[in-house]
Design a protein around this ligand. Structure first.
Ligand code: ADP
Ligand code: ZN
Length: 736
């Protein structure tokens, strides 16, 4: 008789499967990839997921252990998801156990049931055939309950609870006497009745929206990638809603990925208002139990719409019909530590495996997506106009060199704000720097407060009276005097806290709200503030990136970008794209209702081509120019890159490891791949660790992938690797 060997993925940092014998006394024929299994691992008992069922193992028989017990009757991850996960582990060269762990809620990784079950009770066989010990005449309550079950067949807690408040005691007594048995039944895995309807039908579509919805619908049942490009307020969400309604009407599910749910309660509310069926919502703010329930609803198919952040790309679907990735350019779709996957890219890979359409929507599509269209690998859908006749905002540059300033606000900006406030408009001021000032400076000797653990300055937080490092969390009191020369120190530069102070002084009559991570720390404060903005009570909004994501501010008529220059000369090849997207996204908050909007961008470089392109030709003009530059410079999407990063408490170990890694790569034969480095990271020291990196560059993915497949196993074995923390990032978002 041949043995049944299981290749099991275990949540451990090793790039391989672990072999076990099938648990004793299990029918080997019943074991399928995707089922979970308890296994002994070191001295612990762990949950693993079976990826392979084989008849032999490379391990010597003496070292092969028995798996302890199967957890699931059927796979928790279906064949398509398993295939996607195995492919992802290879593509990103990441340990398969950690990849699978990313796809499963914590509760399932610790053995919880994958299927929601309900307890029910029935009369035992003995009771039904009259062989149970008779109930005495005085036990009337027990008799009543037995009769009830006899007439019903089976009943659950809700029905029995209606019979008597003490039903649990009675059931227990009847169980003891052999009258009643308990059964577990899977909770219905179908959509509840009424789910296929939509609660409200939505506005009449514009011709462009209609074309987009029709194209998506026509593609149902086949892989079809779409890039939906529409300015903010052009009705993209309405297109998603209609395409989803059609999906649900076919009894299929839609998966919707969004950048950050906690920041966009409005979007979830809009979905809930449109679709009466249960929404399965998956994001990082859930408790383990909430997450498990949403996951089960997605898998059972009882939730027609599954909406979630990055990791929801792995949510199981009983009847997949459509995937939507909203704001597909958003950096939060790329996981920045551990398993460094791109949910946007995996959404495409997943849709391909299911054979379903996928819609990537954005007002500022990534250059990757635009190139995908050009190469014929995605279909472009355009919504060029705002709905309801709202005009797009006009962009104007304010030359910071030519005007007097009050704490970073130029005089023409002050006057424009005044004009909009006087006309009853709201004004949004954007600055991507929280805190009071980015530097604490000594005018006596030039000393600048440094972070003791990073190559960075400490940020002044005036309200907290603290100096904070935004990289490592160092937190200390503000000194009054310079530690070197004893002169009184002063904060230099602007953060949101200081802009709040400046604007309050300039416009004492206008209620102001600040939205950034510091101001919104308390639970519920974002909702409260959004409410005050929508009611019109707040006149001035000051904030960081947090303000730019997904929010609709129909009363905002003026947007001010206080400083565009931080991104203009960034070292990263994506810096320009990021800046253009931010400016266009922030601008999109202006003039959403009937008011025409205005946008001011303050800069010391008004002639910079990026700003000129945005002002004169909008995002499209920028993107066209940027794609040409990327192609000439051989950067993605016209090349593929991967970064090997290493860090350690000493300066030498990361460089030594990366130097050795380079030699190993050369020994693998690097046909078509170029290696740059090792080099210290631009911020070399962070949280007390020295960091360095090696860049791999290839014209296409396959030579890179071939090299990685041979190289990474060698890195794992290298003795130098034990002296550092290292990580590989395939398709990195940032090179540094
Ligand atoms: P986006 O997702 O592109 O920002 P939305 O779908 O949120 O755009 O639409 C912006 C606003 O216009 C919303 O208030 C929405 O209800 C409304 N809207 C969308 N489509 C239409 C339409 N066809 N007719 C009238 N109003 C619409
Ligand atoms: Zn620091």
């Amino acid at each position: 008789m041949s043995e049944v060997i299981l290749g099991v993925a275990i949540d451990a940092p090793l790039r391989r499967l672990f072999d076990y014998r099938a648990p004793p006394l299990t029918d080997g024929g019943k074991i399928q990839p995707g089922q979970r299994v308890w296994v002994p691992f070191g001295r612990r008992k762990m949950v693993g997921v079976i990826l392979e069922v084989r008849s032999h193992s490379e391990l010597p028989a003496a070292r092969l252990k028995n798996a302890l017990a199967l957890i699931d009757d059927s796979p928790v991850l279906d064949a398509t998801l398993l295939d996607l996960l195995r492919w992802s582990a290879e593509y990103y060269r990441h340990p398969p156990g950690e990849v699978i762990a990313a796809a499963l809620p914590v509760a399932l990784r610790t053995g919880a049931d994958a299927v929601a079950t309900a307890e029910r009770w029935t009369l035992s066989a003995a009771a039904r055939t009259g062989q149970a010990e008779p109930l005495s005449a005085r036990a009337s309550k027990l008799r009543e309950l037995a009769d009830f079950l006899g007439s019903r067949g089976a009943a659950g807690a809700a029905e029995l609870g209606a019979l008597s408040a003490r039903w649990r005691d009675h059931v227990r007594e009847l169980e003891k006497r052999g009258w009643v048995t308990r059964v577990r039944e899977d909770v219905a895995a179908t959509m509840p009745p009424g789910t296929h309807a939509v609660a409200e039908s939505g506005p009449e579509l514009t011709p462009e929206q209609h074309t987009a919805v029709a194209a998506i619908e026509a593609a149902h049942g086949q892989y079809a990638p779409f890039v939906l490009h529409g300015v903010t307020g052009s009705g993209k969400t309405e297109v998603y809603l209609r395409a989803i309604a059609a999906t649900i009407a076919r009894d299929e599910q839609a998966l919707v990925l969004v950048p950050e749910i906690s920041l966009t309660p409005q979007l979830v509310a809009r979905f809930a208002a449109r679709f009466p069926g249960p929404l399965a919502v998956l994001h990082s703010g859930l408790t383990d139990t909430e997450r498990l329930l949403a996951w089960r609803a997605a898998r059972a198919g009882s939730a027609p719409v599954v909406i979630g952040t990055r990791s929801a790309v792995f949510a199981p679907l009983a009847r997949p019909g459509l995937i939507v990735v909203d704001e597909e350019h958003d950096p939060s779709y790329k996981q920045q530590d551990g398993f460094r996957y791109s949910a946007r890219d995996l959404a495409l890979a997943r849709a391909q495996r299911h054979g379903i359409p996928v819609v990537l929507g954005s007002a500022t599509p990534s250059l990757e997506s635009l190139e995908r269209i050009r190469a014929g690998r995605a279909q472009r859908l355009d919504l060029p106009n705002r709905t309801a006749g709202a005009k797009p905002p006009g962009l104007h540059l304010i030359d910071l060199r030519a005007h007097a300033q009050t704490q970073g606000v130029a005089t023409p900006t002050v006057l424009t704000i005044q004009r909009h406030l006087a006309a009853g408009g709201q004004v949004l001021v954007y600055l991507n720097r929280r805190g009071y000032a980015p530097t604490l400076f000594c005018p006596g000797c030039g000393w600048i407060a440094p972070c003791p653990r990073c190559d960075a300055r400490l940020t002044v937080h005036q309200r907290e009276r603290s100096l904070d490092c935004h990289h490592c969390g160092t937190h200390r009191p503000i000194p009054e005097l310079c530690p070197d020369c004893g002169t009184a120190v002063k904060p230099v530069g602007q953060g949101t806290e200081r802009i709040e102070e400046t604007l309050t002084t300039l416009f004492p009559g206008a209620a102001l709200a600040r939205i950034d991570r510091d101001a919104m720390r308390k639970r519920g404060s974002l909702e409260d503030t959004l409410q005050r903005i929508h009611s019109g009570e707040v006149k001035l909004l000051v904030g960081t990136q947090m303000l730019t994501k997904g929010h609709h501010f129909p009363l905002v008529s003026l947007v001010v970008v206080l400083n565009a220059d931080q991104g203009l000369f960034g070292t990263d090849f994506r810096a320009a794209e990021r800046l253009a997207q931010t400016i266009v996204q922030v601008s999109g908050r202006a003039g959403r209702a009937e008011r025409p909007g205005e946008v001011l961008i303050q800069t010391e470089y008004p002639d910079h081509p990026l700003l000129q392109q945005l002002v004169n030709g909008g995002y499209d003009a920028f993107a066209t120019a940027a794609l040409i530059e990327r192609e000439q410079a051989h950067w993605p999407p016209f090349a593929r890159v991967a970064v090997l990063r290493a860090e350690a408490p000493g300066r030498d170990a990361p460089l030594a490891f990366l130097g050795h890694a380079r030699v190993l790569a050369e020994s693998c034969g690097m046909a078509g791949v170029e290696i740059l480095g090792p080099a210290a990271a631009p911020m070399e020291r962070r949280a007390g660790h020295y960091r360095a990196q090696l860049l791999l560059h290839a014209p296409t993915h396959s030579p890179l992938q071939r090299l990685l497949a041979r190289w990474v196993p060698l890195l794992e074995e290298a003795p130098e690797a034990r002296k550092v923390r290292w990580a590989l990032d395939v398709d990195p978002l940032e090179l540094f």
